[in-house]
Design a protein around this ligand. Structure first.
Ligand code: C2E
Ligand code: CA
Ligand code: CA
Ligand code: CA
Length: 280
């Protein structure tokens, strides 16, 4: 028994070492990924539940690793955050998204909005210069209101003034702010007032059992009602079924995002969707 225990332990340490080595290799590969054009952005439509039109899209990062294939952002974003590489990568995501906003202006009947995910590390960095972002949008002729940044609640709690100043600078410039994964983080809601947030994105975990869990529906209804009273709009994440869409519409949720409408799409496919959208 003792032997078996020791064996199990050694397997465990071996697995750990392998995963530590894999991690180090991934970090090393991340260093060159941007210059080597291994990143791509996929766009997931966000639908106006009343008109059924695509009015927004979320930019989601994809890493096409030369050996390992597509690596999920859930796996590599944490590494990019730890190493500070997220700042450069986030800058690239913004520039790509801004370029698409310009290109798609003519394609979409409505003035499409794109949201990009922002890590706390980006706000903590001196390298992120908001004036540069704004100048870039201006040079493309893209209105600030068409860019939205998605942040999580954690960023706003006990944040250093240099962090909140950046957020307020985005806000003051007209860039929209969305709270991502709403409901999974902290329960203090005072920040909603303080930072004049524009959107709440209800986390998928509240949506996936909407048909069978009366408590989830009650929570969503309460969130929508509170948000509307505060002048915020609500986006439901991870909508997968027609029944969920129906329920969300019934409780006056504004927007939906999820596989029911579309998976995240590569730019060319998303463009085609926009053109079809216009035809309706
Ligand atoms: P997130 O911001 O909460 O993005 C939503 C995730 O849910 C995406 O996963 C999306 O593909 C997935 N999703 C959308 N609809 C459905 C659905 O109906 N069912 C299910 N099961 N999933 C759905 P993805 O693309 O793997 O991204 C994972 C996370 O990685 C994101 O979560 C976000 O936190 C992070 N991320 C992605 N791109 C970026 C980026 O450019 N910068 C930063 N900082 N983080 C990013
Ligand atoms: Ca997001
Ligand atoms: Ca989310
Ligand atoms: Ca507002």
């Amino acid at each position: 028994a003792k032997n078996a225990g020791r064996n199990r332990l050694s397997y465990f340490t071996q697995a750990l070492q392998e995963s530590a080595q894999y991690r180090l290799r991934l970090i090393n590969d991340l260093l060159g990924a941007l210059a080597d054009r291994q990143f791509e952005i996929h766009f997931q439509p966000i639908i106006d539940l009343a008109s059924r039109r695509t009015v927004k899209a979320e930019a989601l990062l994809r890493w096409n690793h030369p050996e390992h294939g597509t690596i999920s952002p859930a796996e590599f974003i944490p590494l990019a955050e730890e190493t500070g590489l997220i700042v450069g990568i986030g800058d690239w995501v913004f520039r790509e998204a801004a370029g698409c906003l310009q290109r798609w202006t003519e394609l979409a009947g409505t003035e499409l909005q794109i949201s990009v995910n922002m890590s706390p590390a980006q706000f903590q960095s001196d390298v992120l210069v908001i004036e540069d972002w704004l100048a870039h949008l201006r040079s493309l002729g893209v209105a600030e209101q068409r860019l939205s940044i998605e942040i999580t609640e954690g960023l706003l709690l006990n944040a250093h003034p240099s962090v909140t100043d950046k957020l307020l600078a985005f806000r003051d410039a007209g860039i929209q702010v969305a709270i991502d994964d709403f409901g999974t983080g902290y329960s203090a809601l005072s920040y909603l007032k303080r930072f004049d947030i524009d959107y709440l994105k209800i986390d998928q975990s509240f949506i996936s059992n909407l048909e069978t869990e009366p408590n989830d529906l009650a929570l969503c209804e309460a969130i929508v009602s509170m948000a509307h009273k505060l002048g915020l709009k609500v986006i439901a994440e991870g909508v997968e079924t027609e029944q969920q869409r129906e329920l969300l519409k019934r409780i006056s949720c504004d927007y939906g995002q999820g596989y029911l409408f579309s998976r995240p799409l590569p730019p060319a496919k998303f463009e085609r969707l926009l053109q079809d959208n216009r035809g309706h």
